[in-house]
Each structure stands twice: as C-alpha cells, then as structure tokens.
Design a protein around this ligand. Structure first.
Ligand SMILES: [Zn+2]
Length: 125
C-alpha cells in the first residue's frame, strides 16, 4: 500500500470512529474520503509508471554505453596521446602544432602558425 493510501485509510478509520456518516455533512466527508482514496490510487499508479520509466532510461543508458564503447573502442589509445590531441611538427615553419580528432577527420590539416597545408588528404607528403 502506498503512503497516500495509508493516510486515506487512517482518515476513513477516524471518520468511522467518530460516527460520521449519517447526516449531510457526514455524507460530504465520506465522499471526500472516497475521492481522496481514488486520488491516492492515481498517485500510486503514476509512481509505478515513473519507476518503469526510470528502469527504461537506465536500460537506454546502458545500451548507449555499449554503443559508445563499440564506436570508440581503443581508437584513441594508439594514435592519440593525452586529451586526444595529435602532435605534429609543421614542415613549413617547424612549429609544433596540435590537432584534435575532429580536425584530423577534415580533408586538410592547416598549420595554425603559418597557415600552410601540412597534410592534404591521406598520407600525402
Ligand atoms: Zn607552419
């Protein structure tokens, strides 16, 4: 039994103990308790749905983790050092420049120091 249901049951017992019920006011109180009981049911139901949604979201997160692991598996351990940056010495100006993974996926690597093309496409010297 949910917390709200318990409270309503307590109220119902209290009303019965006080002998409320016969006169119009007693009927009104009886109806109010009935209404609260239905509300408590609705609240319990929503709590259950929320719990189910929580579990669904947990599952989705787990699956996302698996997908992430699959997509990015080991990739940055060999090619990239700390923070996924690749260190390159520019053949034009000799400056050591850093490229992140996103920049490496672009066609050309442009030296931020001298604006010359370091790499055009793949493995071209
Ligand atoms: Zn340069």
């Amino acid at each position: 039994m949910g917390y709200m249901k318990e409270k309503v049951a307590y109220l119902r017992g209290m009303a019965e103990g006080m002998g409320i019920g016969g006169d119009p006011q007693g009927k009104l109180i009886g109806l109010m308790i009935e209404t609260m009981d239905e509300m408590a049911d609705a609240i319990d139901e929503s709590e259950l749905s929320i719990q189910e949604m929580d579990e669904c979201i947990d599952d989705i997160y787990e699956e996302l983790d698996a997908v992430e692991e699959y997509l990015f598996d080991d990739e940055d351990e060999d090619e990239f050092g700390e923070d996924d940056f690749l260190e390159v010495e520019c053949p034009h100006c000799g400056e050591t420049v850093y490229f992140d993974q996103g920049m490496l996926e672009a066609d050309d690597l442009i030296c931020p120091n001298c604006n010359e093309t370091i790499l055009s496409g793949e493995d071209e010297e």
